[in-house]
Design a protein around this ligand. Structure first.
Ligand code: NAD
Ligand code: UGA
Length: 470
């Protein structure tokens, strides 16, 4: 029997829990890592023999799972047992925006965190370190502490808790790389021993200098602010893309010139149809909610604008498609290349493609969607409509279909709209594609990634974000 120095339980086996725990298991062979989830299907997929069927796609993930699953990395639905055995528990559950009730549309829905805390209180055994891995409103640790300390227990032995905040900064598509080589690891808390223990775990693969320890509230808030700053940069550059299109300036040149200033830096300045993903919008909404809560109206208005520009960018792209296609796209075939919110992920949460496709459907288009990783069921869920069904909107009907390939999606298309920066779209052979399109036709490159000059040379009308019609 293997002796493990510590046992970890992670509540929530999603985009964060799965990869994060896999990396801990990889670098800490003396720790038993258990990922638990209430979603049985998800756990079944994490345990699936075919590593191509894992619930999430991340480059490098299946190799780690293949090597450590069943060794010191386990996935199960047995919350009671795994919580009771754990020395350290990560809470890595979803924290979406509240849909109804107080703070609806802005505040974070803490019901999954609340439930996790109650499960921990009920089943934990002995001294347990509870770590906030989910992104949470500042001062949530206070709530967790109260639930842990005051909830009824099933165990007779005395249980005590230390709470730490250890937010996650990984980005999807590069999760393993980010986890293995993070810019920093942030640990907030009061209990020095607990902080030391968690620091020791990370020191198995992260340079000491990158491990930052703070108080709880600064740690919780820093996570929200990092996301807010990143999203703000995207809205800034996206707002400038429209000025470039109006004035004849080229966004590529502007970005390069601005980004070469070391104080500004060149990262996160890629123009796009808007930021997506499960977190930027909800974290900024939460920041707006917190600002209003503390009476900081001007602060909340500042951050509101970041979201407004993001919505505006998505809507202006779909309006532009209609305008360029002679003011009507009714029954016209539009190929959507890319549905994921960014490349290298199967995640479409808050993807700009959703709103853009909905707008095009409202205008009566027949859209043909191709994405290398997002599946048909997910798209149907996002568009709130099964494929091939007409969407009634006054007199107009739109419909969508799923394509298995780029070639299939673009056959007979009046327009191609690139929404995700998949590698495959960078390499499109426009000579071949143009042969099967219906002329006059358009390419709209909303990621500025494809060889637009080649498309133009093959008779396709071309519009590029931040450049306009070329
Ligand atoms: P997710 O929805 O992919 O996964 C959350 C999982 O928690 C789900 O599988 C759900 O079934 C499970 N769960 C919920 N309540 C549970 C309970 N009581 N017991 C057991 N399992 C439970 O979410 P995610 O993308 O992994 O995000 C998790 C947190 O991490 C969020 O707070 C998010 O803001 C933050 N975060 C996400 C990312 C990212 O790239 N997705 C990056 C950094 C931080
Ligand atoms: C983001 C942050 O980058 C992570 O640090 C953070 O941990 C995570 O949110 C989270 O808290 O969930 P993620 O959403 O996975 O990660 O992906 P990003 O690479 O940040 O991209 C977010 C969105 O912004 C995507 O839609 C992407 O296409 C867009 N983007 C990104 C741009 O439009 N331009 C850019 O220059 C960069």
């Amino acid at each position: 029997m293997v002796f493990y120095s510590k046992k970890i339980c992670c509540i929530g086996g999603g985009y964060v829990g799965g990869p994060t725990m896999s990396v801990i298991a990889k670098y800490c062979p003396n720790i038993e890592v258990n990922v638990v989830d209430i979603n049985k299907d998800r756990i079944k997929s994490w345990n699936s023999e075919d590593l191509n069927n894992l619930p999430i796609y991340e480059p490098g993930l299946k190799e780690i799972i293949g090597k450590y699953r069943g060794v010191n990395l386990h996935f199960s639905c047995d919350l009671e047992l795994k919580i009771s055995e754990a020395d350290i528990i990560f809470i890595s559950v979803n924290t979406p925006t509240k849909k109804k009730g107080i703070g609806a549309g802005q505040a974070i829905d803490l019901k999954w965190v609340d439930k996790s805390a109650r499960q921990i209180a009920k089943y934990a055994n002995g001294h347990t370190i509870v770590i906030e891995k989910s992104t949470l409103p500042v001062r949530t640790a206070e709530t967790i502490k109260e639930i842990l300390e005051k909830s009824p227990r099933t165990k007779e032995n005395i249980t005590s808790f230390s709470i730490l905040s250890n937010p996650e900064f990984l980005a999807e598509g590069t999760a393993i790389k980010d986890l293995e080589n993070p810019d920093r690891v942030l640990i907030g808390g009061e209990d020095k021993n607990a902080i030391k223990l968690l620091t020791n775990i990370y020191e198995n693969w992260v340079d000491k200098k990158k491990i930052l320890t703070t108080d709880l509230w600064s740690s919780e808030l820093s996570k929200l602010i990092a996301n807010a700053f990143l999203a703000q940069r995207i809205s800034s550059i996206n707002s400038i893309s429209s000025i470039c299109e109006k004035t004849g300036a080229n966004i590529k040149n502007v970005t390069k010139a601005v980004g070469m200033d070391k104080r500004i830096g060149n990262k996160f300045l890629n123009v796009s149809p808007g930021f997506g993903g499960s977190c930027f919008k909800k974290d900024i909404l939460n920041l707006i909610y917190i600002s209003n809560h503390y009476g900081l109206k001007d602060v909340s208005k500042f951050w509101e604008q970041v979201i407004k520009i993001n919505d505006w960018q998505q809507n202006r792209i779909s309006h532009l498609v209609v305008k360029k296609l002679f003011g009507t796209i009714s029954s016209k075939k539009i190929a959507i290349l890319g549905f994921a919110f960014k490349a290298n992920t199967n995640d479409s949460r808050e993807s700009p493609a959703i709103q853009i496709c909905k707008n095009l459907l409202e205008e009566g288009a027949n859209i043909q969607i191709y994405d290398p990783k997002v599946n048909i069921n997910q798209i149907a869920k996002d568009l709130e409509c099964p494929q091939d069904q007409n969407i009634e909107n006054q007199d107009q009907n739109g419909s969508w279909n799923y394509s298995n390939s780029l070639i299939d999606a673009t056959k007979g298309a009046d327009a191609i709209l690139i929404l995700t920066e998949w590698e495959e779209f960078k390499l499109i052979n426009w000579k071949e594609i143009s042969k099967n399109m219906r002329f006059p036709c358009w390419l709209f490159d909303a990621r500025l990634i494809t060889n637009s000059a080649e498309a133009k040379a093959n008779g396709i009308n071309v519009w590029c974000i931040g450049q306009g019609e070329i």
